[in-house]
Design a binder for this molecule. Structure first.
Ligand code: NAG
Ligand code: NAG
Ligand code: NAG
Ligand code: NAG
Length: 744
């Protein structure tokens, strides 16, 4: 279920069918579905403890008295909302009620590993603030393995005084100070563990990447070194909302609700919707939960998604969260195949099995269809489920034309190895339960030609070599790309962080390949995904916060983005839509010079500008919100983000004037000059282009005027405010209609 392979999951709703009798006595079939009813903030002066009864009273209005009794499955605490089973018609009526912001089907999220820290310039010996041990990082995931050395509390004092969290059915310590689990409708599968314990490894991995202790580790000798979190002195709280069946939205929102109430400082969410859906901002559990976290000053990082490399594949895109893309670092795994004719091809996977150069018969899956099952060679060549004759693979290396569904490799029980043609992103070093490698389509064709050219084709698959990836960093092919699918004039993703073959702690209940029957059950594993990038960014935010406890989430996000290391559009033609501001640099982010802050009121103005009405926004804030008047509506491009995006579309929108305000957090007396780096297609003016500050906390505003003609699909530029000491860098993107992603 981890990180990457399950990209192909689709949304599954929780359905219950019951027979009831309608008023005229006829038997009617009602299809109930679990929904989250979201109503924004609690009304002023309301005691959240009274929510369940108020929610029941409200539900009665909608479901009426004739209906069978039904209970509120869950009432949220840090905002006004509940979970209940409703029919389609009841859902419609609920959605029409004035106080209701959204009614969200309880669909599922999917899960989207430490040399990585050294590569981005964040060494073990970095300067640390004593505050670090007061920082609490909440992780919403599959649970945690408490006995892992990464979470030992040796040397840790008691939890910070502000902490209100606790541990459900679980033994915590002074490092792992909170652990709760959420399963609102009580549906468990056989392998689920009814506690925050992690049967999978994903949550243990992400948690240890954020805040794990320094532990000497390796994956059977590979990736050996010190596995460590970015903030090893910080405390960890696990909120388990992800089960064998996935992470349901209502559970995820309950997890976020609890984390907000317990008092975490930073949240790391490595989950997202699996399909290409673009829900509005208050139509998903993570968007709502992260909005309320922001209101309480809690920083939220979320994985961008694993549906790349196509445009418009972002799954987490509200401006109040940091959306994190996955980049490579300088370690790479190559797995070679040697054919009987002596030719060697290099592919990618992490293969820890040693065939000791023994040659095995090589066979194309297209030549061994499961004819009894009704399959022919044009199907079996892709190795789709059941299509290959299981008896014909014994002791052989099997060649599959593509890797669309490599999890089905389970059908190769008894095979000596598998060679896949890579059709998806090639930078995905998966781990399999048998010797395996991915070859490029060209190399795979040569292997097929070799099989056809000889009666006795043979091959062997070598143990992986760990080599230097000299091209790094670049964004991995699987990492989801922008633009922001619903607000084109806000750049997404925000930043890139390491997410390929990251070594971190693992649950010894799951094998490292996650295949049944694989006996390699270990305490550390190297895996891939934006799921692994997100906790790097959450740790960087926690690190910045340990130096600046009072900074708002937007200030921390700004610091991370404006100090990021620029990345190369030669390696990623999707440019900022692949890497946002660039590769994260935690050390620099502590001293950004200037920051772009955003208040809750600014987000409300942004929502007004985005088409939300007073009535829709009133429940979100319970303030007097008015979207009337120019000042109250803020166009998306004027939200005070440290990035600039214009969707040019088919209509001319030039010149575009962006307004921004920066706050001085560098030297009290300083003078910043604006430098713009742009191709000649654009003319970019900054007014004024000099900003002088006389004190810390002082704010100055400026405009960026962009003119030009869009003759290419995507133009990148950069604005840098420079006082000779600090460089405050912002990406600028101007773009037109980009290719849509293929159906997935
Ligand atoms: C507590 O967790 C154990 C497994 O760790 C499980 O068997 C038990 O049912 C759980 N108890 C409750 C009340 O959830
Ligand atoms: C192989 O099977 C598929 C699906 O059943 C069918 O469409 C195709 O025509 C078959 N090809 C041959 C060569 O029989
Ligand atoms: C192919 O292998 C078989 C059995 O291993 C052997 O009998 C035969 O001579 C081989 N043929 C060639 C052309 O190498
Ligand atoms: C909200 O608006 C109403 C009507 O304009 C006004 O009477 C009231 O004083 C306002 N409340 C606050 C808290 O500003």
């Amino acid at each position: 279920m981890v990180s990457l392979r399950p990209c192909l999951f689709i949304l599954i709703f929780t359905l219950t069918i019951t027979d009831t009798y309608s008023s005229n006595g006829r038997k009617a079939m009602h299809i109930f579905q679990t929904y989250i009813v979201y109503m924004g903030d609690h009304p002023k002066g309301m005691d959240p403890a009274s929510s369940p009864s108020l929610h029941m009273a409200m539900a009665q209005k909608v479901i009426g008295s004739n209906s069978e009794p039904r209970s509120i499955l869950h009432s949220y605490k840090s905002f006004n909302g509940f979970v209940m089973k409703l029919t389609e018609e009841e859902k419609e009526r609920m959605a029409e009620m004035d106080e209701v912001v959204s009614v969200i089907p309880d669909s599922k999220y999917i899960l989207h590993t430490t040399k990585s820290w050294d590569f981005i310039g964040f060494p073990q010996q970095v300067t640390r603030a004593s505050m670090e041990s007061d920082i609490i990082v909440g992780v919403v995931d599959t649970g945690i393995w408490p006995e892992s050395k990464s979470f030992s509390d040796e040397g840790f004092g008691p939890p910070p005084k502000k902490w209100k969290g606790s541990c459900h059915n679980f033994t915590c310590n002074n490092k792992l100070i909170g652990a709760k689990y959420f399963n609102i409708d009580g549906s468990y599968r056989k392998k689920d563990i009814k506690s925050p314990r992690d049967p999978n490894g994903h949550g243990t991995h992400t948690s240890s990447t954020v805040a794990g202790n320094l532990v000497t580790a390796s994956l059977l000798g590979y990736a050996s070194g010190t596995a460590r979190g970015g903030v090893p002195s910080a405390r960890v709280a696990m909120y388990k909302a992800c089960w064998v069946s996935g992470c349901r939205q209502a559970d995820t929102l309950a997890a976020l609700d609890a984390a907000i109430d317990d008092g975490v400082d930073v949240l790391s969410l490595s989950i997202g919707l699996g399909g290409l859906e673009y829900p509005a901002y208050f139509q998903t559990g993570t968007n709502i939960g992260s909005f309320h976290a922001m209101k309480r000053g809690i920083f939220v990082a979320n994985s961008a998604g694993n549906s790349g490399p196509y445009f418009y594949t972002m799954t987490n895109y509200p401006p109040w969260m940091l959306s994190v893309a996955a980049s490579t670092f300088d370690r790479k795994f190559v797995t070679k195949v040697r054919l009987g004719n002596g030719v060697v091809y290099e592919g990618s996977t992490i293969n820890t099995f040693d065939l000791k150069n023994k040659m095995f018969p090589l066979i194309s899956a297209g030549d061994i269809p499961n004819t009894a099952g009704g399959f022919n060679g044009s199907i079996s060549r892709y190795c789709s489920e059941n299509s290959v004759d299981k008896n014909a693979v014994k002791g052989k290396i099997v060649v599959c034309d593509n890797s669309v569904n490599p999890e089905k490799v389970g059908v190769f029980n008894g095979a000596a190895g598998v060679i896949f043609g890579a059709i998806g992103p090639k930078d995905l070093p998966s781990i399999f339960a048998l010797p395996a490698t991915f070859l490029s389509q060209g190399k795979l064709r040569n292997v097929q030609l070799y099989i056809e050219s000889t009666r006795n084709a043979t091959a062997t698959i070598l143990k992986s070599d760990e080599v230097k990836n000299t091209l790094s960093p670049y964004v991995a092919g699987f990492s989801s790309r922008g633009p922001n699918p619903i607000t084109p004039n806000i750049l997404k993703p925000d930043i890139a962080a390491p997410g390929v073959s990251v070594l971190a702690a693992w649950s010894p209940l799951n094998s490292i390949s996650e295949f049944e029957g694989d006996k390699r059950k270990l305490s550390y594993n190297a895996i891939c995904g934006t799921s692994m990038a997100c906790p790097h960014a959450a740790a960087a935010a926690a690190y910045v916060k340990s130096f600046h406890p009072n900074w708002s989430p937007a200030m921390i996000k700004s610091a991370l983005m404006t100090t990021a290391t620029p990345m190369s559009s030669a390696l990623n033609p999707e440019a900022e839509f692949a890497y946002g501001a660039g590769q994260i640099n935690p050390v620099k982010a502590v001293n950004p010079g200037l920051v772009y802050d955003i208040t809750e009121a600014d987000y409300i103005q942004f929502l007004c500008g985005d088409g939300y009405t007073d009535k829709m926004l009133q429940p979100l804030t319970h303030e007097n919100v008015s979207c009337h008047g120019k000042a109250q509506k803020r166009a998306a491009y004027n939200l005070n983000l440290p990035s600039f995006a214009i969707y040019h579309g088919n209509v001319g929108v030039f010149p575009r004037v962006f307004r921004r305000t920066v706050t001085n957090v560098g030297s009290a007396k300083s003078t910043y000059k604006a430098t713009v780096i742009t191709p000649s297609l654009l003319d970019i003016q900054v007014k004024p282009d000099v900003l002088s500050f006389t004190s810390i906390g002082q704010e100055k505003s400026f405009s960026v005027v962009i003119e030009g003609a869009l003759t290419v699909k995507l133009i990148s530029a950069t604005l840098i405010w420079d006082d000779g000491n600090f460089q405050v860098r912002s990406p600028i993107v101007v773009y037109g209609d980009l290719p849509e992603p293929p159906d997935m």
